[in-house]
Design a protein around this ligand. Structure first.
Ligand code: COI
Length: 484
């Protein structure tokens, strides 16, 4: 097995994958000299210079290594002796250290069918993983066949929910290119969530490069139909076996991939939301603005209650003592948007979403929708507190025009009903108008002030503009192409 940096530094074509031809001992000793981090090499250690024991060397440990060393002196190509003085230095995630072991048993790819390709039910053949220990830093990242991970029963994640995650997607365009969408936002948010839980820092650029490599390994899994993609789930967990509640000393970061169709089985069809006023998702000073598993588990029971009333998700509305209806928050795993026509003569359109005040997840799609809608130039776009009373009043006077949720998983999800225990607000949704916008030529949906003579469907217009970027119909600084 060779690390990518060793291959590069040796300057010759060497086997890329673990499963291919093994290294000769002569290569191995050169490579050990070139190790710049605590990257352990598995396998044959027969090329080690005298005086370096197997335990001190980089051999034999990959995950959970206790031997984290950097070579103390700068290394040069062609050195013939191992630098004897090894000092421990915490190391970061490095793409160059990535080791790939491919699976010998590849699954058949699923059919592109929204009913069979349920969100998050199918996984690709490989995963990316990398471990961290306090004082030693990160081990070499590796791509391995997807499989169970081994955890001590006292691992912090299992007791105190020391876990954060991300949701990203890779899309295949008609040109066959694979594209990520604003992935640096996911890396930034993962770093913020991790810091909140005392999980370790990591090099965001290097992690993203490793994720791209995982996508390259799994490129045949990426569906080439609009609306389908591969969902990317980076996850970081506290693995330290310690029942005391304290800072993380050991962690693991892994990334799995899942080919997906629409998040809600109803697909592009609108859904209803259950207005949840008893349970809260987030509170002032809490962690609602971080993407951590602990924010999601408590939403499942309210969601189940809502499902008995025909709702696919809940809308959290929190009593704040300032209004009868309470403050609109998030909708389950989505940010929420309301298109309201303002009272008075101007009748101005206003797109409203709750502000990032610590209670709301800073969604990548949320931010994109705000930027797109501001670019449309024909409506006011507000991030402001919204009380449910205002939604009710707008509905009563026919001024509530659209409601939709946003998220990486669901993209843009139209809502047709806000269901309470004993009443329901019906929200308009014009399916034909949405189809009109979805059929627009690439790039035209995002043009400023283009909606004056066209049927109103902000959901449709935003979806088209977003799909145009994600599937590469238009060039955009938000698209990150994964080079083959
Ligand atoms: C996403 O939209 O990426 C999410 O994280 C939603 C997920 C909890 C299903």
């Amino acid at each position: 097995m060779l690390t990518r940096s060793a291959k590069r530094l040796l300057g010759r074509t060497l086997p890329r994958y673990h499963n291919e031809a093994p290294l000769k001992p002569a290569h191995l000793s050169s490579i050990l000299y070139l190790q710049r981090s605590n990257t352990p090499l598995n396998g044959d250690c027969s090329g080690l210079p005298k005086g370096i024991s197997k335990k001190e060397s980089f051999c034999g440990h990959r995950m959970h290594s206790t031997t984290g060393f950097r070579v103390a002196e700068p290394l040069q190509l062609g050195m013939t002796e191992m630098v004897p003085d090894l000092v421990p230095l915490p190391s970061d995630i490095r793409y160059d250290d990535l080791v790939i072991t491919t699976s010998k048993r590849l699954q058949a790819k699923p059919r592109l069918d929204a009913t069979t390709l349920k969100f998050g039910a199918v996984y690709t053949d490989h995963m990316l993983q990398v471990s961290w220990k306090d004082g030693l830093g990160w081990t070499a990242p590796s791509i391995d066949p997807l499989g169970p991970i081994s955890l001590h029963p006292c691992a912090q994640v299992l007791h105190y929910a020391v876990e954060c995650f991300e949701g990203m997607k890779v899309y295949k365009g008609k040109d066959g290119q694979l594209r990520l969408f604003r992935p640096e936002m996911n890396m930034d948010r993962l770093a913020r969530s991790a810091a909140r839980l005392t999980l370790p820092k990591f090099d965001k650029v290097e992690l993203l490069e490793c994720i791209k490599e995982l996508v390259r390994v799994e490129r045949d899994w990426v569906p080439d139909a609009e609306g389908f993609s591969v969902y990317i789930r980076p996850t970081m967990i506290g693995t330290h076996p310690f029942l005391g509640v304290g800072p993380t000393r050991e962690a693991m970061l892994y990334v799995i991939l899942s080919p997906v169709g629409p998040y809600f089985p109803s697909g592009l069809k609108p859904i209803k939301l259950y207005v949840e006023t008893e349970n809260v998702r987030a509170f002032s000073g809490g962690v609602g603005n971080y993407k951590i598993g602990g924010n999601y588990a408590p939403t499942i029971l309210p969601q189940l209650r809502g499902s008995h009333l025909g709702c696919s998700q809940v809308l959290f509305v929190m009593q704040d003592g300032k209004s009868k209806g309470g403050l609109v928050g998030e909708s389950g795993s989505m940010n929420i948007f309301f298109l309201i026509r303002q009272e008075g003569e101007s009748g101005e359109l206003e797109l409203v979403t709750p502000p990032l005040d610590g209670l709301i997840l800073p969604g990548v799609t949320r931010d994109t929708v705000l930027k797109l809608a501001r670019g449309f130039g024909d409506m006011k776009v507000s991030e402001r507190p919204l009380h449910f009373d205002e939604v009710e009043r707008a509905s009563e006077s026919g001024r509530l025009l659209e409601v939709f949720g946003t998220g990486t998983a669901c993209m843009i999800q139209p809502v047709v009903g806000l269901v309470m225990k004993d009443s329901e607000i019906t929200v308009p949704f014009d399916g034909d108008a949405a189809k009109h916008w979805l059929a627009k030529a690439p790039g035209t949906a995002a043009l400023p002030n283009s909606s004056s003579d066209e049927p109103l469907s902000l959901c449709g217009r935003l979806s088209r503009a977003l799909l145009d970027v994600q599937y590469g119909h238009v060039d955009s600084e938000w698209s990150v192409v994964i080079e083959p």
